[in-house]
Design a protein around this ligand. Structure first.
Ligand code: HEM
Length: 162
């Protein structure tokens, strides 16, 4: 196996495959609450970059729903982290934030979408990844849209799949 680029050692706790241990919870003022499962893959090829893929499914019907993939970079010598993200909904996004211990707090830095994206349009995303003391990974996602202020959309925990 290729060795992890030393610049990414602070993020080594993310690497590998994760799967939701119990269904995640989705909500937003404008939608019906729902449950979903999700797998996460974080890998690298020795570059100072982590590659990721997130694939979500409806908890009951198992139908594929949301998918995102992209890259993670760190500003050398700092705890500044950037996620470069493409979503299947037609959204592309840069999120940036800080790594504190094994917690990542990210906020939209830049956002664009296909010209025919469904409304309401997302205007802002904030998320937190945290490796908990019990070894589980937790992700919460909040978003603001054209007609709603920043509010939680997703909360889920994962266990290691490999
Ligand atoms: C609805 C954005 C991740 C499942 C929505 C809506 C938006 C949105 C803008 C419509 C809200 C409204 O009508 O007011 C996002 C963004 C995500 C994300 C930006 C990632 C950062 C996910 C994930 C799932 C999911 C991982 C898991 C399955 C749903 C469902 C709905 C919904 C089921 C309601 C039905 C629908 O409108 O399709 N999301 N979402 N979303 N989202 Fe997400």
């Amino acid at each position: 196996a290729v060795e992890l680029n030393p610049g990414l050692l602070p993020l080594d706790w993310l690497l590998g495959a994760w799967e939701s241990d119990e269904p995640g919870e989705g909500c937003f003022p404008t939608i019906k609450p729902f449950r979903y499962t999700e797998t996460l893959h974080f890998s690298h090829v020795g570059q100072p970059v982590i590659n990721f893929m997130f694939n979500a499914f409806h908890a009951e019907s198992k139908k594929p729903l949301h998918r995102e993939c992209g890259f993670i970079r760190m500003q050398p010598g700092t705890n500044r982290v950037a996620f470069i993200i493409a979503q299947n909904s037609g959204l592309v996004e840069i999120e940036e934030g800080e790594l504190t211990g094994q917690q990542l707090n990210l906020h939209t830095q830049s956002l664009a979408r296909v010209s025919f994206a469904r409304e309401p349009h997302v205007q802002q995303i904030s998320r937190v990844f945290q490796l908990r003391p019990d070894g589980k990974l937790e992700q919460t996602v909040s978003m603001a849209t054209d007609n709603q202020p920043l509010m939680q959309h997703l909360r889920i925990t994962y266990r290691r799949a490999s």
